[in-house]
Design a protein around this ligand. Sequence first.
Ligand code: SAM
Length: 658
Amino acid sequence: MVLNPVISKLANKLVVLASASPRRLEILRNAGLQFEVVPSWFKETLDKGLFNAPYEYAVETAKQKALEVARRMPFKHLKTPDIVIGADTIVTVDGMILEKPVNKNDAYRMLSSLSGKEHSVFTGVAIVLCHDKENEEVDYQLIDFYEETKVKFADLSESMLWEYINSGEPMDKAGGYGIQALGGMLVEYVHGDFLNVVGFPLNHFCKQLDLIYNRSTSSSDSESSSVCLSESGTRSNSLGSPAKHNASSSSRQSNHTKNSPSASPVHKVKRTGSDFEVDESSWTLVNSSSNQTDICEADTLPLTTSRGQGTAHGDSEPKREDLQRIIELMDGFKASKALFTASQMSVFDLLQSRPGLDAAQVAQEIKASVKGTECLLEACASLGLLKSKEQTCQKLLYENTDLATRFLLSDAPSSLLGYIQHCNITVWPLFSHLESAVREGTNQHEKAFGKKSKDMFQDTIYYNQDVKLRFMKAMHSIANVTGRAVATAFDLSSFKTACDLGGCTGAMAYEFTKAHPELSVTVFDLPAVVDMSEHFTPLHRDDRVSFVAGDFFKDELPKADLYILARILHDWSDEKVHILLKKISDACTPGCAVLIAEAMLDGRRPHSALQSLSMLAQTEGKERTERQYADMLSKHGFGDTRVVHTRNFLDAFISVKI
Ligand code: SAM
């Protein structure tokens, strides 16, 4: 029996699943789909750093898997499939993408990073429609989408973790667990499509088939077929013949459907009638008043007119999502300041201890006006930091969202409050003089704080205990959130001693010793900082972390096999960086290494480019590209460079003394 009528539409078609996953096979077989299995030869080695969001990586991998099979079959199997389905499932936590573990230690790393936390499971799906042409070429149309499901793991004890790992189940599964078997015992809750976590979002898939086979072809009006994904669409979605196109150019021309926005310059939207509404989280357009949806390209959508009425290029009306994007960019500073203000006024801590307060009650607690507090709470709710529910008397009661609970409470393990406070009090005034910083190419301390700064660490930060402590809290909070990703980016088992230059509170050093049981780390920082470091000693003190006071430009560096430079080089000019690298090189013997953690400039991610502007306004430094770091290091005898894009605040880069 086939419950979903769209599955029966495929009865006479050659459907191919480009995946060897027994779980996907079972899900699709159980749904009544008849298909052949032709596992893809596409190697899952796409550079994750090239993608703006984790789901883009999953979607691209799914696309490449499906296209590889679609292109191979006419030659190797001497038949052209009608449809090829590709899928890729990933798990993401703390900005990291977890695929299948390569060994038990890798499984341990993954599972322990999921313990006690909510994570996301994304499955990217690609449907390739193949059309034989008269000249023996094949045209390919591509539809892709993704599904996200949130899963929360219970706190896992070491013995549970190892018992599960030793069961062998984690090894061939994204994130190191299988929810449908033993792994189900680790899970506290699942929000979203369960089958998506197993490996295939069946419901979303059926909806897409419905759009392809029922909606587009059943529509007889020509305007619909000209913009919608249909086999007769005049807007060609052809990916060309195998001989003519390579994979990457194909993917750029592909059709995207719901929720797969930014891997391609073409955003796909859901269209429902004459009114469109932008769903900001996914960059799709949705009509709130109707359930009916069609798929069409964003380029075809005018801002206000009904379907079929011209396009919005050049000097005509702006495209709706372009306008939305530009408004978002213009509003960015307001969003930041709303977040900073609510944090500064302890709104999130208050609502954590007393959830369900209304605006007047919050106003009273934070000693602010009711009008102002109402505006602030609504702004935070619109940004996804608070949620509200309406009482019968029409009062809104507020509480924190998961995001706020995770990052915005003063006592949360991943609290970013220290950094937020630093951004609000120090970076914001400096950044507001960005125009001068760009014109002059120098930091803006004099304009922002009335005091010129040659070395902001020596001159500005450490002249006042409060300022120093605030700065250290800021560094500490970022290092807490990002340290693990940096510390586990490379196999460091050959190093026994490390020196974390400018290691501040030691937060990064503790992550290194946690991740590498054989490693001892010396934190080297200015005396004023080392004096204060005991304010930050973790509960579980580790004797393998020690502190040495000194100036890394003037004093002898502690001897070590590995020198860690986390957010150090971006503070300094090229000239100063060379001075420091020379000192490190002089202290190193062949085989020793330098590990740099910075937001590497790559021309794609706003985070690193904006961070570079921020460094311009704050320091004499800037962010640099991997190439620039590699070139600088090679001048001091370092080579064999490797980079890991952690998808956290910082990327990790290692280079070995030759
Ligand atoms: N590495 C830490 C991290 O990632 O959290 C802190 C980075 S913070 C941007 C720069 C650090 O370098 C501060 O702790 C600062 O005190 C230290 N620093 C600055 N100049 C220094 C110098 N001349 N010698 C030693 N440490 C210095």
